[in-house]
Design a protein. Structure first.
Length: 94
């Protein structure tokens, strides 16, 4: 993975979406830029595919990030994963 570092810049703050786009591009991940303040990324992994979404709100200087994943569980591991999911659901609903 490539890391992007900003340094030595003064004046108006850069749009952090530009920095994220550079990092994504350097890693050759699939992305689209629906607007100046948004970036959607798709990354294929071994166990799951990741969908990342970044949104910049300059009026409050906030970067929103969300990650969704589509996990593929091997047939032989599904029962323990379902059990863990049920336990997690019960804990989160308390």
């Amino acid at each position: 993975m490539t890391l992007a570092v900003l340094g030595g810049e003064t004046g108006k703050a850069r749009n952090p979406i530009d920095v994220v786009e550079r990092l994504v591009s350097d890693n050759e991940w699939t992305f689209e830029r629906p607007g100046d303040d948004e970036l959607a990324v798709e990354i294929a992994g071994r166990w799951c595919d990741y969908r990342l979404f970044f949104s910049w709100r300059s009026d409050v200087a906030a970067l929103h990030f969300s990650c969704a994943f589509d996990m593929r569980v091997p047939q032989g591991r599904r029962t323990p994963v379902h059990s863990l999911d049920r336990k997690s659901t019960r804990l989160n609903s308390s």
